[in-house]
Design a protein around this ligand. Structure first.
Ligand code: MG
Length: 248
């Protein structure tokens, strides 16, 4: 069914007399947009969208470096990259702002002796600052704004969509970077949507500032595009199939 919006009605009545003699077919074209034409993206079940930047395709850490630069200290095995515990996190060599980000991760199958924040803890830091928590939250209570798919210490996920320990899980993240004035004041906070294993768990929530363990988050420094980083929180978490689509 074609719906006539108030704006369109106003437009048609505002047309000069000659234009009012247009046929409905002609009038219908007044509100059509023809350019720019969206670019074509190829999609398939087993591959990233054709316009995605692959950050980890299973073979090497070429898109990554250590947190102070230099070679990424993590290892690659069976198509997955693994945290080298105690060696620190890794970050992309490229900077990103607004993105669609796909990440798959797996926490250890063996959970004996590990509870709460100590069970499969890692994290995805957008712009190297804002953490989407990675944690084994399958039958593993902790503070809810620190469980899997929380925006750490800010927003709990709406539901717990966690898979079992040792299972591959996915995050699909849509992230809008914060904006700052020329004087360095925050003008728009960052926003994020997260799907955990295909389930929406964060719906366009406002990020309150840089992720911190103690105290309140704040935007204490203006910044531009920055790397995406992955946390070494001393757990054997593995990652695979990571790709990103810059949105700006
Ligand atoms: Mg973490």
């Amino acid at each position: 069914m074609t719906r006539t919006t108030p704006a369109l009605v106003a437009l048609v009545f505002a047309l000069p007399a000659a234009a009012q003699e247009m046929t409905d077919e002609q009038k219908s074209t007044v509100t059509e947009i023809h350019e720019p034409v969206p670019e074509t993206v190829e999609t398939s079940e087993d591959a990233p969208p054709s316009d995605a930047t692959v950050l980890f395709g299973g073979e090497n850490l070429d898109a990554w470096e250590g947190m102070e630069g230099g070679e990424a200290p993590w290892t690659v095995e069976d198509g997955a990259m693994r945290i080298a515990r105690g060696e620190g996190g890794i970050r992309t060599t490229e900077d990103f702002c607004d993105v669609q980000l796909h990440v798959e991760w797996r926490s250890p199958e063996e959970t004996e002796g590990y509870d709460g924040q100590d069970r499969g803890n890692s994290g995805i830091f957008l712009q190297d600052r804002y953490e989407v928590q990675v944690l084994d939250s399958y039958d593993n209570p902790t503070y809810v704004n620190g469980q899997a798919a929380s925006i750490y210490k800010q927003h709990a996920p709406m539901v717990n969509a966690s898979g079992a320990p040792g299972e591959w899980q996915s995050y699909d993240i849509v992230y809008t970077a914060p904006d700052f004035s020329d004087a360095g004041m925050l003008t728009e906070p960052a926003r994020v949507t997260v799907l955990h294993n295909g389930v929406v768990v964060q719906n366009d929530v406002e990020i309150q500032g840089k992720t911190v363990w103690i105290g309140a988050p704040a935007y204490d420094e203006a910044h531009g595009c920055a790397p995406i980083s992955l946390q070494d929180h001393d757990a054997d978490v593995a990652y695979r199939n990571i790709w990103v689509r810059p949105l700006n």
